[in-house]
Ligand binder design. Structure first.
Ligand SMILES: [Zn+2]
Length: 358
């Protein structure tokens, strides 16, 4: 693992790369040679990498397996919904607002229900802190405790609240007594507790928890406005996807757009690895009046001789795999390629948030 010993991200990336064969097997078993298979593998690895800091190492493999299953299942759901909605693609404006209202009502209802499942004391402390802004020291004085103990209690309460909210929002009742302890251990990112409650084993056995584990593990990644990722090998592609997805998820992109962005990033990174050998990707949040995500992928490789030809459908840069640059251009809102033979290629692409222009 030369050189990466001091770099925890590098270690995670390597551990995740080691999962590639098993993820390929799970995805392949479900979708066979479908053209999207490789992308589902990448998407799975992206999610596992995003969660790898919060789960214990022994759980990476089972988590990768359940994630692969979830990714495949949710892709078919999306496809299905797209197919069903196709006939009304022309007129989406009318049905959208009542639906949005129902979603909002449901979310509030779920939150109320989740709060109701906390003890009175947990709820009062949490609301005093989060809503009224009372600091932990004051709360500690009131309850004859210490600020550290109050902070730890608040973390446990938040972890429980996230679990109860998810259960309420999805109207799921956990099938076994072991489910809640496992879900709370995942939600609190407490690796010792995850081992104690046998979270890894349980995720493989319990479909309900396998599905709920996803949103619980993917939250709370640290954020920056700009991320720069060196690209030299396949695990870097996963790291770049993860970074792009993480930044994008701090805007209001929906799950489909997040996948679209991750896919586009992965494609331009694959180009770098295969043609230039190395390069870098810079992912940046644009906070202009309109908000969006910009991705710049650069390399100093041989360059593209004929950019116009490379942007033509059917022109395959590497033996038919992937979307090619025309596919990436269709995924993103803005797309530009500048290439100078012998001096490298720069791809700049942007995806805008959709909400502001309806
Ligand atoms: Zn369970």
């Amino acid at each position: 693992m030369g050189g990466s010993d001091s770099d925890p991200d590098g270690l995670h990336a390597q551990a995740v790369a080691d999962l590639i064969p098993i993820v390929r097997r799970v995805v392949g078993g479900r979708v066979g040679g479908h053209p999207a298979a490789e992308d589902l593998v990448q998407e799975t690895l992206t999610r596992v990498l995003a969660a790898s800091a919060t789960i214990e190492p022994g759980m990476l493999e089972p988590y990768a397996i359940v994630t692969a299953r979830n990714v495949v299942a949710s892709m078919w759901r999306d496809e299905d919904r797209k197919r069903r909605n196709q006939h009304r693609a022309v007129d989406l404006t009318e049905p959208e607002s009542p639906e949005a209202r129902i979603v909002l009502d449901e979310e509030q209802g779920a939150m109320a229900q989740a709060l109701g499942r906390l003890t009175d004391r947990e709820r009062q402390t949490l609301l005093a802190h989060e809503v009224a802004g009372t600091d932990t020291r004051t709360l500690a004085q009131e309850s004859g405790s210490t600020a550290g103990a109050v902070a730890a209690q608040l973390n446990r309460t938040r972890a429980r609240l996230r679990v109860e909210y998810l259960l309420a929002a999805r109207q799921v009742e956990p099938p076994t007594d072991r489910c809640r302890p496992v879900l709370i251990a995942l939600s609190s990112a407490d690796q010792r507790r995850q081992r104690e409650v046998g979270a890894a084993q349980h995720l493989l056995e319990c479909e309900v928890c396998a599905e709920l584990s996803q949103p619980l593990l993917e939250r709370g990644q640290p954020r920056d406005d700009t991320l720069r990722i060196p690209i030299a090998a396949d695990p870097d592609i996963v790291a770049a996807r993860t970074a792009a997805r993480r930044l994008a998820s701090s805007l209001s992109f929906g799950p489909t757009d997040l996948t679209v962005i991750a896919t586009a990033v992965s494609e331009v990174c694959r180009n770098i690895v295969r043609f230039a050998g190395s390069g870098e990707v810079v992912v940046e949040l644009l906070d202009t009046p309109r908000r969006g995500l910009q991705v710049v992928a650069r390399d100093a490789g041989p360059g593209i001789g004929d950019v116009d030809a490379a942007m033509t459908d059917g022109f395959s840069t590497y033996g038919g795999l992937g979307l090619g640059l025309p596919g990436v251009r269709r995924l993103m809102d803005e797309f530009a390629v500048v290439s100078e033979p012998g001096h490298g290629t720069t791809v700049t692409m942007t995806k805008w948030e959709r909400n502001d222009h309806g």
